[in-house]
Design a protein around this ligand. Structure first.
Ligand code: FAD
Length: 484
């Protein structure tokens, strides 16, 4: 029997044009499955509006028919937040046609971009105006303004410039009834009531569709000293960061820990020419940048002093300073290739936990021992942002273990890592968010009152649960308690 035409599709086509409403599997394939292929789904349609007005009309049409909407940017999210649930006939609303740079203002030190702009395009727009947009993450070629705002993305320069929340001055958002909240102002100070933009930053697309954002800009560094140092252990990494901070203050713009297993996977699955920057055997390395905006200052002597005394005291085993921009780029390529290398290595389990910076060594020791006892031979791929207390504490299956057996242990591995994190008053998600992947742990560890308030906010702003139902908060929202 021929399929009946879907009246919603015709309605959406009238808004955005038939070419931008797709139901064909060949076209929608890259929109319905995530980067790690952990959340394959199917959509009622993929809709690609070209303006805020079109987003508003698309949302209103879906909401009127009770059809859930899944906002999507670059689809690089790692927790199943941006892909559709096959059983619910959701509409994927992709922002990938909305890529305009609306304004770059070097006097205000701010810029306003549409949601589909990639982070890389945002960095380039700032650089053209002689400014720095400091958000930097390995997915920056695909991750978008709407996505980084909605996940409050972090990345490699948070310890100096803050995460996306710290960088965001304003947002434009389409609400579930199609109305547009214009909170795009570039003001640094505004005390007129609740700061509503904060609800949408890190909201994981559950409260509205971000159609544009205004970000802070900074001075471009004129001199960057990049170093790769083998360190004695994670404790030495934490101490080295403190010493660098003592010597050059906030000029430490990135400080990443890289465990041996992470580097080994990069060298095994990386691009030709990638090689270990140092000779000899070492278990832990750090990669850091010290940046200086003034042409009159050179941080190199201070960095060299810190490294020399750390070597004398056995904290640093060996180190290399980048001799050129290309050399620095090559060192950073090793770090940025870790997620892709782990994906190529086979099935893996990801955690993006945070603890107090000083407790990183204790976390690594305790979690490592607990996991080895749970799954002997498990390969821990540990890397991340020491200055933020944020580790990508991932696991690859033991060599020779069948995939199914590894998958069967997944929940126990998550539970072990999350329980240790919670015991150390840490967070089960410092970067990637909750989505569908971490919902059970989120509901388990989050304070009940915090969950209740989140559910009330969701009910107030999106009462019909149109946006991203079942992500972050469960499908059925807990009933608010009358006592509040
Ligand atoms: C190789 C790699 C490295 C990564 N490194 C980091 C890292 O260092 N730090 C970090 O924080 N993350 C990192 N991530 C995760 C990911 O890149 C970020 O979460 C990023 O912010 C997602 O952006 P996106 O445009 O791809 O969003 P998507 O994946 O499309 O969506 C992510 C979430 O935001 C929602 N959303 C997307 N656009 C909108 C919108 N316009 N309005 C409302 N909701 C929206 C989606 O519904 C979903 O819930 C990495 C991912 C990969 C693959």
């Amino acid at each position: 029997m021929p399929k009946l035409p879907d009246p919603l599709i015709a309605e959406l086509a009238a808004v955005v044009g038939a070419a931008h409403v797709q139901t064909d599997d060949a076209f929608t394939a890259c929109y319905v499955s995530d980067w790690r292929r952990n959340f394959p789904g199917a959509a009622r349609a993929v809709v690609r509006p070209g303006s805020t007005a079109e987003v508003s009309r698309v949302v209103a049409a879906c909401a009127a028919r009770g059809v859930p909407v899944v906002p999507q940017g670059g689809n690089t999210g790692l927790v199943g937040g941006s892909t559709p649930d096959a059983s619910r006939r959701e509409v994927v609303l992709s922002l990938d046609r909305m890529t305009a740079v609306r304004r770059v203002d070097p006097l205000d030190n701010s810029m306003t971009l549409e949601a589909g702009c990639t982070v890389l395009a945002a960095q380039e727009a700032a650089a053209e105006a002689g400014r720095l947009f400091p958000l930097s993450l390995a997915s920056e070629g695909s991750a978008t303004v709407g996505g980084v705002v909605s996940t409050n993305a972090g990345g490699e320069q948070v310890l100096c410039y803050g995460n996306t929340r710290d960088l965001t001055l304003g947002v434009e958002v389409v609400l579930a009834d199609g109305r547009v909240l214009d909170a795009l102002g570039a003001l640094r100070k505004d005390n007129t009531g609740y700061d509503l933009k904060q609800l949408f930053i890190g909201g994981e697309g559950t409260l509205g569709i971000v159609t544009a954002a205004t970000f802070k800009l900074y001075a471009q560094p004129r001199k960057v000293v990049t170093a790769w140092a083998a360190v004695r252990d994670p404790q030495a990494a934490v101490e080295l960061l403190a010493r660098l901070g003592g010597a050059v203050g906030e000029r430490v713009t990135a400080f990443e820990l890289i465990g041996r297993q992470a580097l080994a996977q990069v060298l095994a699955h990386g691009t030709p020419g990638m090689r270990d920057p140092l000779a000899g055997d070492y278990a832990w390395a750090v990669l850091f940048d010290v940046s200086e905006a003034s042409a009159l200052m050179d941080p190199s002597p201070a960095v060299e002093d810190v490294l020399a005394s750390a070597m004398e005291q056995g904290l640093v085993l060996d180190a290399v300073l980048a001799a050129s921009g290309q050399h620095a780029h090559d060192l950073w390529a090793l770090r940025e290739h870790v997620p892709e290398a782990q994906r190529l290595d086979g099935p893996s389990i990801k955690h993006d936990i945070s603890v107090a910076v000083s407790r990183i060594p204790e976390f690594i020791t305790e979690a490592g021992a607990a996991l080895e006892a749970l799954v002997p031979g498990l390969r821990v791929v540990c890397f991340g942002h020491v200055g933020d207390g944020n580790l990508h504490y991932n696991q690859s299956k033991p060599v020779g273990m069948p995939d199914a057996e590894f998958r069967a242990r997944e929940e126990a591995i998550h539970d072990t890592v999350h329980a240790i994190t919670a015991r150390m008053q840490g967070s089960i998600s410092a970067e990637h968010g909750i989505g569908r992947l971490k919902q059970a742990a989120f509901l388990h560890y989050k304070q009940p009152l915090a969950l209740e308030l989140m559910a009330r906010i969701k009910q107030a702003i999106d009462p019909a649960n149109t946006f991203n139902p079942g992500r972050l908060l469960p499908h059925t929202l807990p009933a608010p308690r009358p006592s509040l």
